[in-house]
Design a protein around this ligand. Structure first.
Ligand code: NAD
Length: 421
C-alpha cells in the first residue's frame, strides 16, 4: 500500500516526517506544534496589557523549489485553501524547474520633517555640506548594525512648498538595515540626528519615522511554465494558459480586480510573515502603496506567454522583512519557521516571500480561470461551518460531507444536520 500523502497525515505524523527529513528537529517540533510555543510570560514582554496568547493554525506548503533549493514553507493563516493552493502551485512550478527569486540590498527609507525653516535654500545647502558628518554620526550609533555590513548609505532632501501647514523640508535617510526589518534602526537614527539638523537649518524637527514604502528594498520572483503542465481534468494546458492570461488581464485594467488579485498574493505572503514573526502590516502597507505608485492600482504580478508555449509569471514588491529584531527572535515558533526554510538572511527570506506570493497568485488564477475557486474552497469551508455550528470530533466531517453532498453550506443547515445526527 502506498504511504499517505502529506495532506492525508495527522498533524503528529506530519511533524514526524519533517523531523525524519531533517527539516526541523524535535525541539522545533514542540515550538511549532504549540506544545512549547509562545507562553504567557514571554508574551507579557512583547506587548502591553497582556492577558494571554491567541492561536492560529500553522500549516506547511511543501515542495517549493526556489533558486534550485527545495523549501518547505510554514504558513500561519485562518483561511482554508491557502496552504493547499500554495502547495499545488509549488508542485506545478517544481515540475517546470521552480522559481527564481532575488531581493535588493536591504535599504530602508526614513523621513525627518523640518518645519518653520527660515531659509529653505540655505538649509538644503547646509545639510548637503554636512552630509558626510551626518552619515558618520548615524554610523556610530549602531555599531552592531555596522559590524554586519549595515549602515547609512545616503541622505536626500525635498522641499514641499504647499501643504495644509505651508512649506517644510523633508530629509530622507537611506539606511542599510542588513537582516533587520529596520523600523527601530531607522527611527533611532533619525531621532539621533534631529537636533543636528535643527541647528543646521534653524527649523524644528517633527516626524522622524521610517517609510513603509520600501521601494529600495524590492523582492522579485519568476516562473516559467510549459503550457502542457497546466492541464486540468477539464481543460488542456494551452487553454489553461490562455485562461490565466484572461484573468490577469482584468487586473491590469480594473482596480476592482487588481486589489483582489493583490489580496490573493498577500494571502500567501502574510501567512509566511506571521509564521516568521514579521510585521505583516508593514509589508501590506508597502505592497499596496507600491501597487498604486502610478496613481492607479496595478497588479503586483504579471503573466505573459513567450514565443514558445510557455507561460511566464513575474512578481515585484517591497519586502521589508527581518530575521533578527522585532518578534523574530522572541517568538519560539518564528525561529523554528525560519530554520525550516533554511533561511540565513533577510534577503533570502524576501525572495522566498516573493515566490510564495507568485505561487498563490498562480493557484488562484488557474482556479478562477477554470472551475472557479468555490469548488475547492467550499469543501474546506464546510468543515469550519460545521465546527461553528457546534460539531465536534467525527461529527465535523459527517456534517461537512452532508453539506457538500447537498451543495448547501450554511450554519443553519449544519445545525439541522447536527440535530438529525
Ligand atoms: P530591532 O531594533 O529589534 O533590531 C534591529 C537591530 O538589531 C539593529 O539595529 C542592530 O543593532 C541589531 N542587529 C543584530 N544583528 C543584526 C543583523 N544581522 N542585521 C541587522 N541588525 C542586526 O528591530 P528593527 O528591525 O529595527 O525594527 C522592527 C520592529 O519595529 C518591528 O517589531 C516592527 O513592527 C516595529 N516598528 C515598525 C514600524 C513601521 O513599520 N512603520 C514603526 C515602528 C516600529
Amino acid at each position: 500500500m502506498r504511504g499517505k500523502k502529506f495532506y492525508e497525515k495527522t498533524p503528529a505524523e506530519r511533524l514526524a516526517l519533517l523531523i525524519e527529513e531533517g527539516r526541523i528537529d524535535e525541539n522545533d517540533a514542540g515550538k511549532l506544534s504549540g506544545e512549547n510555543g509562545l507562553d504567557r510570560e514571554t508574551a507579557n514582554f512583547m506587548i502591553e496589557n497582556v492577558i494571554g496568547t491567541f492561536s492560529l493554525p500553522i500549516g506547511v506548503a511543501r515542495g517549493f523549489i526556489i533558486n534550485g533549493e527545495k523549501i518547505d514553507v510554514p504558513m500561519v493563516i485562518e483561511e482554508p485553501s491557502v496552504v493547499a493552493a500554495a502547495s499545488n502551485a509549488a508542485k506545478l512550478t517544481a515540475l517546470n524547474g521552480g522559481f527564481s527569486a532575488e531581493a535588493d540590498a536591504p535599504i530602508m527609507i526614513g523621513q525627518l520633517q523640518l518645519i518653520n525653516v527660515p531659509y529653505p535654500a540655505n538649509a538644503v545647502s547646509a545639510i548637503r555640506r554636512h552630509r558626510k558628518q551626518l552619515l558618520d554620526q548615524i554610523r556610530s550609533i549602531d555599531p552592531v548594525l555596522a559590524s554586519v555590513g549595515g549602515g547609512p548609505v545616503d541622505l536626500k532632501i525635498k522641499f514641499f512648498k504647499n501643504s495644509p501647514i505651508g512649506s517644510f523640508l523633508v530629509v530622507y535617510l537611506y539606511l542599510n538595515v542588513a537582516d533587520a526589518m529596520g523600523a527601530n534602526a531607522v527611527n533611532s537614527a533619525l531621532e539621533k540626528i534631529a537636533p543636528e539638523l535643527e541647528s543646521l537649518t534653524g527649523g524644528e524637527a517633527r516626524l522622524r519615522i521610517l517609510s513603509n514604502l520600501a521601494v529600495r528594498r524590492l523582492a522579485r520572483a519568476r516562473c516559467v511554465l510549459k503550457a502542457e503542465s497546466l492541464r486540468t481534468a477539464e481543460y488542456d494546458g494551452e487553454s489553461v494558459a490562455a485562461r490565466i492570461l484572461d484573468a490577469a488581464a482584468l487586473a491590469e485594467v480594473d482596480p476592482y480586480r487588481a486589489v483582489t488579485h493583490n489580496k490573493g498574493i498577500l494571502n500567501g505572503i502574510d501567512a509566511v510573515l506571521l509564521a516568521t514573526g514579521n510585521d505583516w502590516r508593514a509589508v501590506e502597507a508597502g505592497a499596496h502603496g507600491f501597487a498604486a505608485k502610478h496613481g492607479k492600482i496595478f497588479p503586483l504580478s504579471r503573466w505573459e506567454k513567450d514565443a514558445g508555449r510557455n507561460l511566464i509569471g513575474t512578481i515585484e514588491l517591497p519586502m521589508a522583512v527581518g530575521t533578527v529584531g522585532g518578534a523574530t527572535r522572541v517568538h519560539p515558533a518564528a525561529q523554528a519557521a525560519l530554520k525550516m526554510m533554511n533561511v540565513d538572511s533577510a534577503k533570502k527570506l524576501a525572495g522566498i516571500l516573493a515566490a510564495v506570493g507568485l505561487a498563490q497568485n498562480l493557484a488562484a488564477l488557474r482556479a478562477l480561470g477554470t472551475v472557479g475557486i468555490q469548488k475547492g474552497h467550499l469543501s474546506l469551508h464546510a468543515r469550519q461551518v460545521a465546527i461553528a455550528a457546534g460539531a465536534v470530533g467525527n461529527q465535523i466531517e459527517l456534517v461537512a460531507e452532508k453539506m457538500r453532498a447537498d451543495r448547501v453550506i450554511s450554519t443553519d443547515r449544519a445545525k439541522e444536520i447536527l440535530s438529525a445526527l
